[in-house]
Design a protein around this ligand. Structure first.
Ligand code: HEM
Length: 457
């Protein structure tokens, strides 16, 4: 193991923020919402315009909100405002009976036993993406690994869940996504204070965006329907969703569209970021790359061998887990208390805003040794167990991420394939700062260099 690598992160404020400070941080970078002291406390209590705000780091309190009393905590108006343009009433935002019904359809298709065919599709998408990277490596030209990982993860999501090749839609999707990140995905004052039933000024722009975005999703659905009967493949997630939504008339068609949108966006953006941050960490840790390459050496990472190879990639998987600790794509999980409830000495008044922030938990000074250091050894088999509820990249409880196993397997496979083939280095030295705009994104797309790894086939 190399010397631990210290990584630049946005400074935490020394004191609690004023309401103006909260507004600024919520808009510019919510990673700066919590004070430096919060990274060593069980709970940080503040208020925003009279509403209590609680940041929870204590395991019991987290369990109370996400598991024991999950039914008493709902998504907040700002979260709904920011996510709805992309996912409509799909699984991420649906509630009650609709949520239960759709979750019963979707979750089994992403469970561990369903992964082998999905990973075979992922391996196909990876080999389709490699020639472009080989060319860049041979010509020693800088590579935008953020864009490359977004394109790859999108293609994997499309092929594995919906049997659709996404190349034709990728560029338009990225352009829309980038434009949204610049404006509608950053909350302003009205977004934070107005109840969801009253539109905020920006909601009008969000509705407009949602129309165009869902138009694109409808074209993806049309492309998928056009292939029906031609590929001869077995049922995929699309077939199951279509069956589940059939019979509900126009409402069913809309629900199908929203579920497809949810699975495409939730199924690729977070995994692409995991791969980007992993590459950034690895570029500064050549010996970690060498260990991944040695682990992957001789394994069949193609469609036939990928599912079995994944069982042997425990070090690569530990690197993915550590990247998810340092740069959790979902930096914060937010809930609002529906009715007053208590957990030990903590009272959650009705309407209280509750933050469970993987960003803070994963860097908590009492929960982790050297929390700012990149050390995949923390996640190797035999390492000391991670403290309870200290590591939550995928959330917990009934609304835990349905795609967690899929994402871990996919990221492990991509990383093993990349690092076995290439030595990854940075093309510049300037810091890359994480910024939370719905997901934890880099403040810029830094150039990387890929060089053929000596001895790689
Ligand atoms: C590294 C990758 C990923 C990360 C870090 C991640 C993170 C999360 C987190 C934290 C939640 C819970 C949010 C909450 O409780 O408020 C969540 C929910 C969800 N995720 Fe993921 N996710 C990832 C990949 C995926 C993939 C690959 C898919 C689909 C294929 C997916 C689909 C979903 C869906 C549909 C939900 C909503 C579940 C529900 O509310 O019942 N995610 N994800």
């Amino acid at each position: 193991m190399s010397e631990p690598l210290s990584l630049a992160v946005p400074a935490a404020p020394k004191r609690s923020l004023s309401w103006r400070g909260v507004l600024r941080a919520a808009r510019d970078n919510p990673l700066q919402l919590w004070t430096d002291a919060a990274y060593a406390q069980d709970i940080e209590q503040q208020s925003f315009l009279g509403k209590p705000r609680l940041l929870l780091n204590a395991p019991d309190a987290i369990q109370h909100v996400l598991i024991r009393e999950a039914g008493n905590f709902r998504r907040t108006a700002p979260s709904i405002r920011l996510l709805r343009p992309f996912v409509g009433r799909g699984l991420l935002l649906s509630e009650g009976e609709l949520w239960r019904r759709q979750r019963r359809v979707i979750a089994p298709t992403l469970a561990p036993r369903a992964l082998p065919p999905l990973m075979a599709e992922a391996a196909r998408a990876i080999s389709a993406a490699l020639p472009a990277l080989d060319t860049a490596a041979a010509a020693a030209t800088p590579v935008d690994l953020l864009a490359a990982m977004q394109g790859l993860a999108l293609d994997i999501a499309g092929r594995s869940m919906f049997s659709v090749a996404m190349e034709v839609f990728g560029v338009e999707m990225r352009q829309m996504f980038t434009a949204a990140s610049r404006n509608i995905s950053r909350p302003d004052f009205f977004d934070l204070v107005l109840p969801i039933g009253i539109p905020s000024p920006r909601d009008f722009r969000r509705w407009w965006f949602q129309r165009r975005w869902m138009g694109l999703i409808s074209r993806i659905i049309a492309a998928r329907e056009a292939t029906d009967g031609k590929t001869g493949d077995g049922a995929d997630l699309f077939d199951l969703l279509r069956t589940a939504c059939a019979g509900d008339g126009p409402e069913g068609a809309r629900q199908l569209r929203d579920e497809v949108a949810t699975m495409i966006i939730a199924g690729h953006e977070t995994t692409a970021l995991t791969l980007f941050w992993s590459a950034l960490l690895l570029a500064a840790a050549p010996e970690v790359q060498a260990r991944i390459a040695a682990e992957a050496d001789g394994l069949d990472l193609g469609p036939d061998g990928a599912p079995a190879a994944l069982e042997r990639l425990s070090y690569t998987r530990a690197v993915v887990s550590e990247a998810l600790r340092l740069y959790p794509p979902a930096a914060v999980i937010v809930r609002e208390a529906i009715a007053e409830t208590r957990c030990g000495a903590i009272t959650f008044p009705r309407g209280a805003l509750v933050f469970i922030a993987p960003w803070v938990l994963h860097r908590h000074r009492k929960l982790w040794t050297a929390p700012g250091h990149f050390d995949p050894g923390r996640f190797l088999p035999g390492a000391a167990p991670v403290p309870r509820f200290a590591y939550l990249p995928f959330g917990a409880g009934p609304r835990v991420c349905v795609g967690a196993q899929f994402a871990l397997a996919e990221a492990t496979l991509v990383l093993a394939t990349l690092v076995r083939r290439f030595v990854i280095t940075r093309g510049d030295e300037a810091p890359v700062m994480p910024v939370s705009v719905v997901t934890t994104q880099p403040d810029r797309a830094p150039p990387f260099h890929l060089a053929a790894r000596p001895g790689a086939a």
